[in-house]
Write a protein that binds this ligand. Structure first.
Ligand code: ATP
Ligand code: MG
Length: 256
């Protein structure tokens, strides 16, 4: 059975896509069969996997609207060693088109059933909103990985997301849980970040992943080459951190 995880945080630019792409590549590098689903009309996870979003014949948009199956729409990320269900601007219209459809929150979940046996992990890169797209991700998933920067308002921003996860858990997906909080873009020289990091551990305990992703320019450069950071410069501190995070996730799922 595939383990299905959303990478979500309604705050923009916190490292969701970087985490999705590099966790996918990090898991693949450790022999896991991975599908990365781009649920964001920005298509950054698609491009960052080396797949040109403009040339997609079929995308997650077609899957959500029942115009294609995942088996028909997935493509290979040669750079990352995993499969991609890509997204592009088509997806921006999906929100409106989905509203009138039956089971509008569970369309991704249903679409995943026939490919479940093909994968060990399915990762869903969510857009920076708590929209119907994100809701489709949350309904399909066993858990949520929340990347966050250790900033002053980080905890406050979590409240809406945690409440949404609770609501989905109560009404639509009893399987859903928070797998963990991932500290990203971490700079240990900044005292405030260290303090917030300590606070997170105090407050959330085991729910905070042990791996910390440092701020590392190689991770930011990689997408412009159409490569996951893990493939672009495997020896960089950022890539090494995501490889460790992959190993931590493999261990973590055994306890679920
Ligand atoms: P959005 O909400 O727009 O989808 P996001 O949460 O997916 O954004 P990313 O696109 O992953 O965030 O990251 C935002 C920016 O920060 C990007 O330019 C990315 O390259 C950079 N970035 C992410 N993680 C790191 C890191 N660990 N070190 C350095 N730069 C990073
Ligand atoms: Mg993103």
């Amino acid at each position: 059975m595939a383990r299905i995880f959303c990478i979500a945080n309604q705050k923009g630019g916190v490292g969701k896509t970087t985490t999705s792409v590099n966790l996918a590549a990090g898991l693949a590098a450790q022999g896991q069969r991975v599908l990365l689903i781009d649920l964001d009309p920005q298509g950054n996870a698609t491009m960052g996997s080396g797949v040109d979003k403009r040339s997609l014949a079929r995308s997650v948009y077609h899957v959500l609207l029942g115009l294609a199956t995942i088996a028909q729409a997935r493509v290979k990320s040669e750079a990352g060693g995993y499969d991609v269900l890509g997204a592009n601007r088509d997806l921006a219209g999906a929100e409106v088109e989905l509203v009138d459809l039956d089971d509008r929150e569970t369309r991704l979940k249903t679409a995943l059933v026939p490919v479940d046996a093909d994968y060990d992990f399915v990762l869903i890169d969510c857009p920076p909103s708590l929209s119907l797209l994100t809701l489709n991700g949350l309904c399909a998933a066993h858990g949520v990985v929340i990347p966050m920067q250790c900033e002053y308002f980080a905890l406050e921003g979590l409240t809406d997301l945690v409440n949404t996860i609770k609501r989905v858990h109560a009404n639509l997906n009893a399987d859903l849980k928070i797998i963990g909080l991932l500290r990203v873009m971490f700079d240990p020289r900044m005292t405030l970040q260290q303090q917030v990091s300590d606070q997170l551990e105090g407050h959330f305990g085991d729910k905070v992943f042990k791996t910390i992703i440092p701020r590392n320019v190689r991770l930011a450069e990689a997408p412009s080459y159409g490569l996951p950071g893990v493939a672009y410069d495997r020896s960089s501190r950022g890539a090494q951190a995501y490889l460790s995070f992959g190993a931590e996730m493999i261990e973590r799922v055994k306890t679920l």
